[in-house]
Design a protein around this ligand. Sequence first.
Ligand code: ATP
Length: 234
Amino acid sequence: MALLETSGLTAFYGDFQALFGVDVAVDAGEIIAIIGANGAGKTTLLRSLSGVLANEADAIRFDGSAIGRLAAPDVMARGIAMVPEGRKLFPSLSVQENLQIGTYGRKADGPWSLESVYELFPILKERRANPSTALSGGQQQMVAIGRALMSNPRVLLCDELSLGLAPVIIRDIYAVMPKLRASGAAIVLVEQDIEQALKVADRVYCMMEGRITLAGTPAELSRDAIHNAYFGVA
Ligand code: ATP
């Protein structure tokens, strides 16, 4: 059994159905990537996994328990943390204070502390007293990842880490993924940058119009198959 899995997951915004029977699974120490064009439903899937959108209890199972009906704070307390799109840092707080926010509601012991986050991202230690607004976009993304790690998550959900960042910065951010995997976390990456997703993920799911259209390891998936699953076949 996977650590976190969905089965027949649906999601609605009012009358609008955004997900249609989505099945995904991730194990401890595994990285999966969800790729797909704008509006495919990737963020909606993460919102469902993090408890922001309520679902049927059984549609999401974590460590053997049905969690689809739990609210976001309860999901977080169980060990599922989110790095949200756009980072959502507290602008008036320092880097260190933003990181410390991540420990609120923390239940689990684990490898992450200010010290180990600073070891992962040494630049954040140098800038720890600065307001988060004084940081570059890439550094802010590091703070958002560090803040999520401070809760010692068993699952890390990451929404579009590469958004708005220069390629060299994206490379630096993604360079830490193998270390996070080695720490035993399960990682779910939502990415529009297909190449980046294929480089780092153990398995990739393509989404289109609220459905998984293709799944497999990067080695199994041809560029043509991904292109078709991503954009549809004309
Ligand atoms: P993006 O890369 O643009 O974030 P996405 O793959 O994450 O795209 P979602 O944001 O999950 O896609 O959106 C899936 C569908 O749900 C889209 O058709 C979108 O317009 C719709 N949608 C998303 N959020 C809402 C909302 N709050 N209310 C109504 N419809 C929404």
